[in-house]
Design a protein around this ligand. Structure first.
Ligand code: HPA
Length: 245
């Protein structure tokens, strides 16, 4: 039996349609997760929800305890994780309001606790990460997107930047040269930790702004939050269909 968790990012600190909601504080060997874990029913199906930045959206990307978050989800029996992420669009065919299922990523972050395999080891472990997102889970999300009549972009490279600042225009030109289509700040080490714990993990990215320099002007937090809020209505619609896949 699979058990689905949704990790909510910017614009999604709670699921409005969740019923019979319970919260549980989960302790982990890696410290505290971003928030207590929420259990509830979405469209009659039991799911788990976690607010990546905390329920008050007050934990910046580089301070998120990714190890504790993923450990806590595993601990409560989760098998599948759909990570919702607000991103900037680099690829011109992915404008704000697009929902994208990246199939690859490049990690540009530094200094984050990014593995469970470092202390008290009997031997060194290198996980395979050729395909960073679960093929099966991406198929399920894709089916749900068709059913929910949401346009599907399912080939994209996600660039994970350190943040919390946004990028310079030159950094975005470099990312584009690197082959990146989307830019965010929270996709790593989350995806790698999920793989270390043998969780099926996929990212559902909502484009909330054109990446720096693509439109000429500055990017304001207000614009990002406005697009995130509007886009999350689409995400909530998708999730209600996804629970039946
Ligand atoms: N860059 C990095 N992270 C983001 C962006 C961006 O433009 N928009 C939302 N998250």
């Amino acid at each position: 039996m699979s058990k689905l968790a949704i990790i909510g990012g910017t614009g999604l600190s709670k699921l409005v349609n969740l019923e019979r909601v319970r919260k549980r504080v989960v302790k982990t060997p890696y410290g505290e997760p971003s928030s207590p874990i929420t259990f509830g029913e979405l469209n009659g199906v039991d799911i788990v929800f976690m607010a990546r930045h905390g329920y008050g959206h007050n934990i910046p990307p580089h301070r998120i305890n990714y190890r504790a978050n993923m450990w806590a989800l595993k601990e409560v029996g989760v098998t599948d994780v759909v990570a919702i992420a607000a991103v900037g669009g680099i690829n011109r065919s992915m404008p704000p309001a697009s929902l994208v299922l990246p199939d690859q990523l490049i990690d540009y972050t530094w200094g984050r606790a990014s593995t469970y395999f470092e202390d008290d080891l009997e031997h060194v472990t290198h996980i395979d990460f050729t395909t960073p997102y679960s093929v099966e889970l991406r198929k399920k999300i894709k089916r749900a997107m068709y059913k929910a009549e949401i346009a599907v972009f399912d080939k994209a490279v996600y660039a994970c930047m350190q943040g919390p600042r946004l990028e310079t225009a030159a950094e975005i030109i470099k990312l584009e040269r690197d082959g990146c289509d989307l830019v965010g700040m929270t996709g790593m080490p989350e995806a790698a930790l999920a793989r270390e714990l043998a969780l099926n993990y996929a990212c559902c990215a909502l484009v909330v702004n054109w990446a720096a320099g693509l439109e000429g002007g500055e990017i304001s937090m207000r614009d990002i939050e406005g697009h995130a809020e509007a886009g999350m209505i689409k995400v909530e619609h998708l999730l209600k269909v996804l629970v039946y896949e």
